[in-house]
Design a protein around this ligand. Structure first.
Ligand code: HPA
Length: 273
């Protein structure tokens, strides 16, 4: 595996100086979902640019802040914004936050994202628990970071999606009275949205939602022993499934529509940990 200790020695040190305890859960907030941070009783909050070598997020809606706080008595480590592969970073740079989660001593990771709905039964504003995934376009980069060759992936990723975390999220949905769909999240490298023909093909092959993040973070986290779950906020009909022009603006706006149910789901999931 790439030597994160060596590559990010200073970053890790500065991060650990700002955190006094092992969090119960770490959460990465995706596009348009960053406002969840306002629900925490903040213990410490800092800009990622305070950490030497931390890649800066260039995407609107990704603030580049790390917040440590309490919700319902649980200790939460929040990444307000993420680093995307399509921003031109190396995959290992996109995975630094996940490595920091491991270093913090936290064992549970919840990844959230904005995604295009591919399943006919999904509409903007829906929430989807990720129950399987596809990342064929990123095999090479992930294998390079992990330092693996041809492996049977069934032996590697048995714990993503983590049954334990996914059941907590399902219980969270029940307790928080939030409608939660489930499905397969497919990774798309971006930064462009997909073509209608691609979406037609993905749909036939079992894709329910498509997005430009999460999978490599989940694999890396699971590889390092974290229990990882992921929630997608469906922000748009995927390309060709509606007449609406795809844009990051639409993604951000729908994030706001789903805000209440998303936040209720995350809150009740934390409460049930
Ligand atoms: N495609 C890829 N990524 C996305 C989409 C989409 O339609 N919506 C939000 N992120």
């Amino acid at each position: 595996m790439i030597n994160f200790e060596l590559k990010y020695e200073k970053t890790i040190k500065q991060f650990l100086e700002r955190i006094d305890f092992a969090p119960d859960i770490a959460i990465v907030l995706g596009s348009g979902l960053g406002e969840f941070a306002s629900h925490l009783e903040v213990i410490n909050s800092f800009e990622t640019k305070e950490l030497a070598g931390y890649p800066s997020s260039t995407v609107e809606g990704h603030k580049g802040k790390i917040i440590i706080g309490l919700y319902g008595g649980k200790k939460v480590l929040l990444f307000q914004g993420r680093i995307h592969f399509y921003e031109g970073y190396q995959l290992s740079e996109c995975l630094l936050p996940i490595y920091l989660v491991v270093k913090s001593g936290c064992k549970n990771l919840l990844l959230t994202n904005a995604a295009g709905g591919v399943n006919d039964y999904f509409k903007p504003g829906d929430l989807m628990l990720v129950n399987s995934f596809n990342y064929m376009s990123l095999y090479k980069e992930v294998a390079e970071v992990l330092g693996i060759g041809s492996v049977d992936q069934r032996n590697m990723f048995l714990d993503f999606p983590s049954k334990v975390i996914n059941n907590k999220i399902r219980m969270g949905a029940l307790n928080g009275k939030v409608t939660l769909k489930e499905g397969s999240y497919w990774f798309s490298k971006g930064p462009s949205y997909e073509t209608p023909a691609e979406i037609k093909m993905f749909k036939k092959f079992g894709c329910d939602a498509i997005g430009m993040s999460t999978v490599h973070e989940a694999i890396f986290g699971a590889f390092l022993g974290l229990k990882v779950g992921a929630i997608s906020c469906i922000t748009n009909f995927a390309a060709g499934l509606s007449d609406t022009k795809l844009s990051h603006k639409e993604v951000m706006e729908t994030g706001l529509i789903a805000k209440e149910s998303f936040e209720n789901l995350v809150k009740s999931t934390i409460e049930g940990l």
